[in-house]
Write a protein that binds this ligand. Structure first.
Ligand SMILES: Nc1ncnc2c1ncn2[C@@H]1O[C@H](COP(=O)(O)OP(=O)(O)OP(=O)(O)O)[C@@H](O)[C@H]1O
Length: 465
């Protein structure tokens, strides 16, 4: 038999409410703090939740409530005292996370009905979508396509040597993550990993940034400063955008690579430095060499081992994998119950050419998490809807997508009240249930509708279970 579980979050739990739920075959778990809620739910089994705002919660608990209430597998109903919803925080919590509320003194029958319904809605929402492929990780990188597997193998191979590595790849493909992963796998992992973006430092400062300076070396040099090369001593120095390094600094870097010694600007002393060099660029270095903007001899020193980062558009299903990974990351900040991506978003992501690669994907998802109105991120939320219009879509698919979306929106609008949602949609409750079953929008064994018993005009704002 389906076990109906209730998470009862209250600073002063009522024995009467608890007993009533138990008599109605609910398994009641009473918790007093937000922290205990997460422990009380296991896996993604849906549960009903009774959130007692009327009994009061300490301020720090109220602050922690968002994350707790955003858990997709609990359908919450709030208990509020009269007038409490005049408070904007309380109103927001109830509006954004609860499918209903009951006012004190609580009529237990009504609370049971409302929670039954809220739990039903949580069942409908189900577990968040999961990426269809399993992630393989290397450091902070994830990927599973053949080109990423090849990249991970290369990382392992080059990590076991101390030779300079050159990473080529478009902007945002993960060159810095690759460099960090090589460092982490190398024998230098306990020493520093120092990254420097050669393109982001002004021409005048590059020398001192790389090699440091002594006090008084130039106007404004009021103190001795250790350069990035010296700071990486014993570890790995990652020179990003090496193609942007001015010719003068290229000469100094070449000298350092030959002698493994540096001199701080304005200093007399030669200092031994032991670093492993990893460099990267997204510009065409062959062209820069041909134009005389990059030293041929330096390139050969840097590029002993070469790794090529695959662009995102060539990673196949990894786009989805990364999209879910990044959504998981940003969803935590959103405090909303985003479930995943709508089919049109998936299609658009597969069609887009991703000039900004993984960084662009992350930026689009971060924005979509804030902008999305429904529980699924759409192509429009990703600002990729222009790609959807170009897609050939059969009428059946178009109809199903439109119907699903309309049903979801109507249910959200009416906090899951089927009768009102059906009325909005201009269909009977029975048709609504049939469509939801056909589109697998609810558990197959959910109770069948009993249109004659259900009444839509109840003055109660809860729904019969
Ligand atoms: N395989 C991956 N898995 C997870 N996140 C990734 C992956 N590749 C890149 N990212 C993320 O994408 C963003 C860009 O990555 P990174 O800075 O390493 O790219 P880059 O190639 O060095 O970019 P640029 O050329 O602009 O310096 C970062 O936020 C990074 O965490």
């Amino acid at each position: 038999m389906d076990v109906r579980r209730l998470i009862y979050l209250s600073a002063k739990p009522s024995a009467e409410i608890r007993q009533f739920f138990e008599q109605c075959d609910w398994q009641v778990k009473s918790v007093r703090s937000v922290k205990e809620v997460a422990k009380a739910v296991d896996g993604f089994d849906a549960a009903g939740g009774l959130l007692d705002l009327a009994a009061g919660l300490p301020l720090h608990e109220i602050e922690a409530l968002d994350a707790c209430l955003a858990m997709p597998n609990i359908g919450w109903v709030a208990i509020v005292s009269p007038g409490q919803l005049a408070d904007s925080t309380m109103r927001r919590l109830v509006r954004d996370y609860c499918s209903d509320y009951v006012t004190v003194p609580v009529v237990p029958e009504r609370a049971v009905r409302a929670v039954g319904h809220a739990r039903g809605m949580a069942t409908l929402a189900g577990a968040p979508q999961q990426a269809p492929v399993h992630a393989v990780t290397e450091g902070d990188m994830i990927g599973s396509c053949e080109s990423m597997q090849a990249l991970f193998r290369s990382i392992k191979r080059v990590a076991s040597t101390d030779a300079p590595v050159f990473i080529a790849g478009e902007s945002g493909t993960g060159k810095e993550l690759t460099a960090a992963a090589i460092h982490q796998r190398s024998s230098r992992r306990d020493a520093p990993f120092v990254a420097i973006n050669c393109g982001a430092i002004s021409r005048e400062l590059v020398q001192s940034e790389l090699f440091g300076h002594e006090r008084g070396a130039f106007t404004g040099a009021t103190q001795r400063r250790i350069g990035r090369v010296e700071a990486a001593n014993g570890g790995t120095l990652f020179l990003d955008e090496i193609g942007d390094l001015p010719l003068e600094s290229q000469a100094s870097l070449l000298r350092f690579l030959q002698e493994r010694k540096i001199e701080r600007l304005g200093g007399q002393e030669s200092i031994d430095v032991d670093v492993r060099i990893i460099s990267a660029t997204h510009v065409d270095l062959d062209a820069a060499i041909a134009d005389g903007r990059f030293r041929h001899d330096l390139y050969h020193r840097l590029c002993v081992l070469r790794i090529v980062e695959p662009p995102l558009r060539e990673r196949g299903a990894d786009i989805e994998l990364l999209a879910f990974h990044l959504l998981g990351h940003f969803r935590r900040d959103a405090g909303r119950r985003l479930q995943g991506f709508a089919p049109d978003a998936m299609d658009a992501m597969r069609r887009h050419t991703w000039p900004g690669n993984v960084r662009e994907l992350g930026n689009r998802i971060r924005r979509a998490v804030v902008m999305a109105e429904g529980r699924l991120i759409t192509a429009k939320d990703l600002e990729l809807d222009h790609l959807v219009d170009q897609m050939p879509v059969s009428l059946n698919v178009a109809r199903e997508t439109a119907e699903r979306m309309a049903i979801e929106r109507a249910l959200l609008r009416h906090r899951g009240r089927y009768g009102e949602a059906a009325r909005d949609l201009g269909i009977s409750r029975v048709t609504l249930y049939r469509l939801m079953d056909a589109y697998r929008m609810r558990e197959p064994d959910s109770a069948e509708p009993k249109p004659d018993k259900r009444h839509d005009d109840h003055d109660d704002h809860s729904e019969p279970d």
